[in-house]
Design a protein around this ligand. Structure first.
Ligand SMILES: [Zn+2]
Length: 269
């Protein structure tokens, strides 16, 4: 498929696509601070690149991307933009419902903002599943590429968080011109074991909320949580390839095993 982005196609192309295929990938991201070495758009760039690459690899259409996510704690640093969670839920619901109206049955959200966008997106997904019967899923690197992440990480426990080695390596591989590897830092604060956020470390956990002042403090005035020092392009490449392999398997699963009968295909009004 030449143009995987829906917005680069003509409406007849979409009509033709829907005669044989009912799957579409829907990227969501965030524009938020990513320390001194990664651009603000990191989460959106990653979601869109993963979506585009897997779209090309599997001939699957990709829906228009949503750049902005739910990131109130990152407002601690200039340039971050955030939506209220209700807004993000509404945006996701309307976008997906439009696609379902046209007959897309299997919708795969790629969430580049890891973890933080999940509550509003899961609400949208659950509502639409119940309303329309569509198969809707979320590909989030923390969960979907977890095994490769665990294998590739080099940092000490607490090293995975925000703008750390895996995210940085991935960006150094995908968008080297937007990154500055000379500015990587390490920030692994001493924490009570319940407060550990590193998703690849096993343990009992407590969920808490941050505000801008404690987040700024926790990220050392830099915006980094974890360890970016071990980042390199080769790790990013291995991480990306594993991501695409899993994703290709998911697309095959959707095509071959998931059966959907749509109902209530309505225009968002
Ligand atoms: Zn990020």
């Amino acid at each position: 498929m030449e143009n995987v982005w829906l917005q680069e196609n003509k409406w007849q192309d979409v009509e033709e696509y829907l005669q044989t295929k009912k799957t579409i990938i829907v990227p969501f991201g965030s524009v938020e601070q990513h320390a001194h070495h990664l651009p603000l758009g990191t989460d959106s760039f990653v979601a869109q690149k993963v979506a585009e690459d897997i779209g090309k690899l599997t001939d699957t259409l990709v829906a228009p991307p949503t750049w902005t996510g739910w990131a109130p704690h990152h407002m601690a640093y200039p340039g971050t933009v955030t939506m209220r969670p209700e807004t993000l839920t509404a945006v996701a619901e309307d976008l997906l419902q439009s696609l379902i109206y046209h007959g897309f049955e299997k919708l795969i959200i790629v969430n580049g903002h890891r973890e933080a966008n999940l509550p509003p997106l899961r609400i949208a997904m659950t509502r639409l599943r119940n309303k329309t019967g569509a198969f809707i899923s979320i590909v989030d690197p923390f969960y979907f590429n977890k095994e490769k992440g665990k294998e590739l990480r080099k940092s000490a426990p607490g090293g995975i968080g925000h703008a750390e080695e895996l995210e940085s390596s991935h960006m150094f591989y995908l968008f080297p011109d937007l990154c500055d590897p000379s500015k990587v830092q390490t920030n692994i604060p001493e924490k009570h074991r319940f407060l550990e956020h590193d998703p690849f470390i096993e343990g009992d956990r407590l969920l808490t909320a941050s505000d801008v002042s404690n987040y700024r403090e926790a990220t050392n005035g830099v915006g980094l949580m974890g360890d970016a020092a071990p980042s390199d392009k080769a790790t990013g490449e291995a991480y990306h390839k594993a991501f695409l392999e899993n994703f290709a398997e998911l697309i095959r699963y959707c095509e071959e095993e998931v059966e959907v009968v749509l109902r209530n295909q309505e225009i968002p009004l």
